[in-house]
Design a protein around this ligand. Structure first.
Ligand SMILES: *Cc1c(COP(=O)(O)O)cnc(C)c1O
Length: 464
């Protein structure tokens, strides 16, 4: 190399990355750059931007996994090139998916777990779409057989996750969502039955309601539907949205009747990437029986080799999450899941007690009976100089992300904060969080941001 070139290339070779000429100019943001970059430089830019996302493990608003072990990182790396849809090319990934489906069918007490149908999805949202479509198709076939019009389908549910609103709108279904009333924040059998008719394609109870983290009473609803069938001849199936509960109840409340032990439960969805403990990007849907999934919904493709039945909204999809899910099933077994989830419940209940002791909050959910989580509102009638939106803002100065939000109809007046306790949230972290909450209260005491008694400025807590 001629010596006089040395200076030209020096900074590319030995300079500190932040002193390089590449990083001394600002990068294009909304137009693709004309020229390539050194991988090291481009990586550093992306890496640095991502810092501003905050620390996912301090995100106590999400239900999704934010801690995974070393082996999962390895599996994800080894599968980065695997396409889930190429079942002929990657038959072993397909086999792992199928084993997971059967393990889940068995876990959820399918009467014929070896032969039933189910699949992986990108999450519970896609799984809910598939479960909902199966309900719609079954209902339509039934109406056709009876020579009745099938143009006004409806679905009955409690306060549901947004995926069901999407399902209803995308597939032209009337959503009969039971509103919250007073202290009833979930569905009740009576409210369900009131809304059922011959156009009801199904009832969707949620095992772990998004807003309150409570379980809806699947067994009681199922019994009420049995009675409706006796009285009026309407046979309405249940799909359980067990996004969270599907990976909790079987381990921590094995006697709770919510799954295929109830004959009326025809399908169940769950999120592998929530309490299934998989990395992001996997959900599951399982049918009670082969007959509960209309053959008409299954596509057969041959251009990947072989005859591959598929039922999914996506085509290409990463395979790593499925391999990781299988790894976790093997790694933990039922006992491992039970230990992890129970530790989360214990911490949630502990937090419930500690946060109640702070004296200004009413505990709305104390971590018992539903998801490992807890939630609170400001004590009725109290005007402590801040509202929960202010607190959410303030606690973020220490990196904690805890959402404050109002309830859906008819309890929009109720504003709460909610904490999801997930794998990786230790008792020590919980103590640190409580200390930080105390610090916030001291801060607001000195620097109130809401005028005492100012109704307009506050966000609803003083209407409770
Ligand atoms: C999270 C959640 C969903 C959506 O699941 P994704 O896996 O995020 O797509 C649906 N229903 C309930 C009850 C949920 O908690």
């Amino acid at each position: 190399m001629p010596l006089h070139y040395r200076d030209d290339i020096l900074d590319n070779l030995v300079d500190d990355i932040y002193a390089s000429s590449d990083l001394s100019v600002s990068m294009p943001k909304y137009k693709m750059p004309e020229k390539p970059q050194e991988p090291r430089t481009a990586y550093q830019i992306v890496h640095d931007e991502l810092m501003l996302d905050g620390n996912s493990r301090q995100n106590l608003a999400t239900f999704c996994q934010t801690w995974v072990d070393e082996e999962i990182h390895k599996i994800m790396d080894e599968c980065v090139d695997k396409n889930m849809i190429d079942k002929d090319e990657y038959p072993q990934t397909a086999e792992l998916e199928s084993r997971c489906v059967h393990m889940l069918a068995d876990l959820w007490n399918s009467p014929d777990a070896m032969n039933t149908l189910g699949c992986s999805t990108t999450g519970s949202s896609e799984a809910a779409m598939l479960g909902g479509m199966a309900l719609k198709w079954r209902w339509r076939e039934k109406m056709k057989q009876q020579g009745k019009p099938a143009d006004k389908p409806n679905l009955v549910c409690g306060p549901v996750q947004i995926c069901w609103h999407k399902f209803a709108r995308y597939w032209d279904i009337e959503l009969r969502e039971i509103p919250m009333e007073g202290s009833r924040l979930i569905m009740s059998p009576e409210e369900v039955i009131k809304r059922c008719d011959e156009n009801t394609i199904g009832v969707v109870p949620t095992l772990g309601v998004t807003f309150t983290c409570q379980y809806e009473p699947v067994e009681a609803v199922s019994k009420a539907l049995d009675k409706l069938q006796q009285d009026k001849g309407l046979d309405i199936p249940i799909h359980v949205d067990a996004a969270s509960g599907g990976f909790l109840a079987p381990f921590c409340q094995p006697d709770l009747l919510w799954d295929f032990r109830l004959p009326r439960v025809k399908s169940i969805n769950a999120s592998g990437h929530k309490f299934g403990l998989s990395p992001l990007g996997v959900g599951w849907v399982v049918w009670r029986d082969k007959e509960d999934l209309s053959e008409d919904l299954i596509f057969h493709v041959n251009y990947l080799g072989g005859d591959m039945p598929t039922f999914a909204l996506n085509f290409s999809r990463p395979g790593g999450q499925i391999a990781a899910q299988y790894y976790i099933f093997l790694r933990l077994g039922k006992e491992g899941y039970r230990h992890i989830q129970q530790a989360c419940y214990d911490t949630a209940q502990y937090l419930g007690k500690e946060i109640e002791k702070l004296g200004v909050f009413d505990i709305i959910y104390n971590g018992k009976g539903g998801i490992p989580a807890m939630s609170w509102s400001l004590k009725k009638g109290l005007k402590p100089g801040f509202n929960l939106y202010d607190l959410s803002d303030r606690i973020r100065t220490r990196g904690w992300q805890i959402a404050a939000y109002s309830m859906p109809p008819n309890r929009e007046d109720l504003v709460i904060m909610r904490i999801l306790v997930r794998h990786g949230f230790s008792r020590d972290l919980a103590d640190l969080l409580v200390d930080d909450l105390k610090r916030c209260l001291v801060y607001f005491d000195k620097h109130p941001v809401q005028e005492p008694g100012d109704e307009k400025e506050s966000s609803g807590y003083n209407h409770l």
